[in-house]
Design a binder for this molecule. Sequence first.
Ligand SMILES: [Fe+2]
Length: 136
Amino acid sequence: MAIQWRDAMSVGSEAIDEDHKKLFMLVNLYEDAIAKHNLFELRMAFQGLFEYTAGHFEREEKLQEAIAFPQAREHLQEHRELVRQLEAFNASLSDPEKPRLSLEEAGRFLHDWIVSHVFREDMKMRPLLLGRPVVR
Ligand SMILES: [Fe+2]
């Protein structure tokens, strides 16, 4: 199911919000390609997602450092974990022996993971970014 970015998903930074919109769009392209069983599109979409995520995480981590985000370390760990999983998907994508089902599962997992990361973890930056006291 396609993810749509909504105002309620704003983390309080226009730059990061723009990144998240792009990330959601890339996840949607990836899922579309899976639905169409189009391996070429799937590889293209995944490559885009993979490359974009690295830059996005870097921007987000720099921002967290700048605002002295208290959960920066745990957040960095989550980013590293997602990168590790993306690398594993990347490896299975280039393996022609891998069954299609695992890619569908990978797509769903990616979707859920990104949405929950944005909601649960990235949203913790919002009070700081809006200049309000941090809710613990
Ligand atoms: Fe994040």
